[in-house]
Design a protein around this ligand. Structure first.
Ligand SMILES: C[S@@+](CC[C@H](N)C(=O)[O-])C[C@H]1O[C@@H](n2cnc3c(N)ncnc32)[C@H](O)[C@@H]1O
Length: 252
C-alpha cells in the first residue's frame, strides 16, 4: 500500500488534531512488515512497554511520518513504528544490539545505525524527523556495555547530564518544526543520594529550545497511560515549537 502523501507540513497538523488522526490510524492500519514478531516487555533491561510506545506513536505521528529512536536497545520503538506504517530509524552505540535486531528482522535495513546519539545531525540531516520516542540509560544505574566509548551508561552523573544536553541539541536539530520528542527516564541513587535525573533532563531540554507539552509520572492514572510508570520514572513529551514571529518594535 502506498504511503499516504501527508508528511507533516504544519498546515496539515493544524488542520486536524493528532488525537483524531490516531483514531483514523486504527481504522486503516497498513502494516509495513507483517512478518516481524512484536517484542514482549521485560526481555531487555529498562525496555519500553510496546503498548505505551504504540499509544505514543498513534498520538504524536501519522502514517508515513519518520519516527526515530536514538537509544534503540532491543528496538521496541523501531518495531512498533514499522508496524504502524511509519518510517522507522534506529540508532544505538552498541553494534551487538544492531546486529541482533537485524537478525530478528531477517534483513539489514539501511535505517538501523550503529552511532552515537550525540552525532545525529551528521547522520540524518536537519529537520528530517517527525517524532522521537526514546529511552536513554538511566545514568549509570545499569551498564549497557563493558567499555564502549560512546555508552552513556558508563558515565558519572555529571558527565551523563552533559552528554544528554548534547543529545537534546541534536534532537532539536533533526526534528521538523512542531515535531514531538518523547523521553522516558528515571531518577537514580548515586552514592546513597537520590539523583533527580528526570528534573535535570527537563532542564537540559528546555535550555536547548524544547517546550514541555506534558509530564507524566507514577501517579498518572492508567486511564491516561496504557502502562503504569515505576516510582521515580518520568515520561516527558517535548515539542520543537516554531518560534512566534517577533513583535515589531513600537514606532511613535
Ligand atoms: C534504556 S536502553 C533502551 C531500551 C529500549 N527503549 C528498548 O525498548 O529496548 C538504552 C540504550 O541506549 C544505548 N546507548 C547508550 N549510550 C548511547 C549513545 N551515546 N548513543 C546511542 N545509544 C546509546 C545503550 O546501548 C542501550 O541500548
Amino acid at each position: 500500500m502506498a504511503t499516504p502523501a501527508y508528511h507533516s507540513q504544519s498546515a496539515v497538523r493544524n488542520a486536524r488534531p493528532l488525537a483524531q488522526a490516531a483514531q483514523l490510524d486504527l481504522l486503516s492500519t497498513a502494516w509495513s512488515t507483517p512478518h516481524f514478531e512484536r517484542e514482549e516487555p521485560g526481555t531487555f533491561a529498562l525496555s519500553f512497554s510496546p503498548l505505551l510506545v504504540r499509544k505514543l506513536i498513534q498520538s504524536y505521528s501519522r502514517p508515513g511520518d519518520t519516527v526515530l529512536d536514538c537509544f534503540l536497545g532491543s528496538g521496541t520503538t523501531y518495531a512498533e513504528a514499522l508496524w504502524m506504517g511509519r518510517r522507522a530509524i534506529g540508532v544505538d552505540c552498541n553494534p551487538a544490539l544492531i546486529a541482533d535486531l537485524r537478525d530478528r528482522l531477517g534483513h539489514a535495513p539501511d535505517t538501523l545505525h550503529c552511532e552515537d546519539a550525540r552525532h545525529l545531525t551528521d547522520l540524518l540531516g536537519s529537520e528530517s524527523v517527525d517524532l522521537v520516542v526514546t529511552q536513554p540509560p538511566y545514568g549509570h544505574t545499569h551498564a549497557f556495555s563493558k567499555n564502549l566509548p560512546a555508552d552513556l551508561s558508563l558515565l558519572s552523573s555529571r558527565d551523563f547530564l552533559a552528554a544528554i544536553e548534547g543529545v537534546a541539541a541534536e534532537l532539536y536539530t533533526v526534528l521538523k518544526p512542531d515535531g514531538y520528542c518523547v523521553i522516558l527516564i528515571g531518577d537514580i541513587k548515586d552514592r546513597g543520594r537520590t539523583m533527580p535525573l528526570g528534573f535535570q533532563l527537563v532542564h537540559r531540554f528546555l535550555s536547548r529550545g524544547f517546550s514541555v507539552v506534558n509530564l507524566y509520572d507514577a501517579r498518572t492514572p492508567v486511564s491516561q497511560l496504557p502502562a503504569p510508570l515505576h516510582a521515580g520514572e518520568y515520561l516527558m513529551i517535548f515539542q520543537k515549537k516554531q518560534k512566534a514571529p517577533k513583535r515589531p518594535a513600537k514606532t511613535y
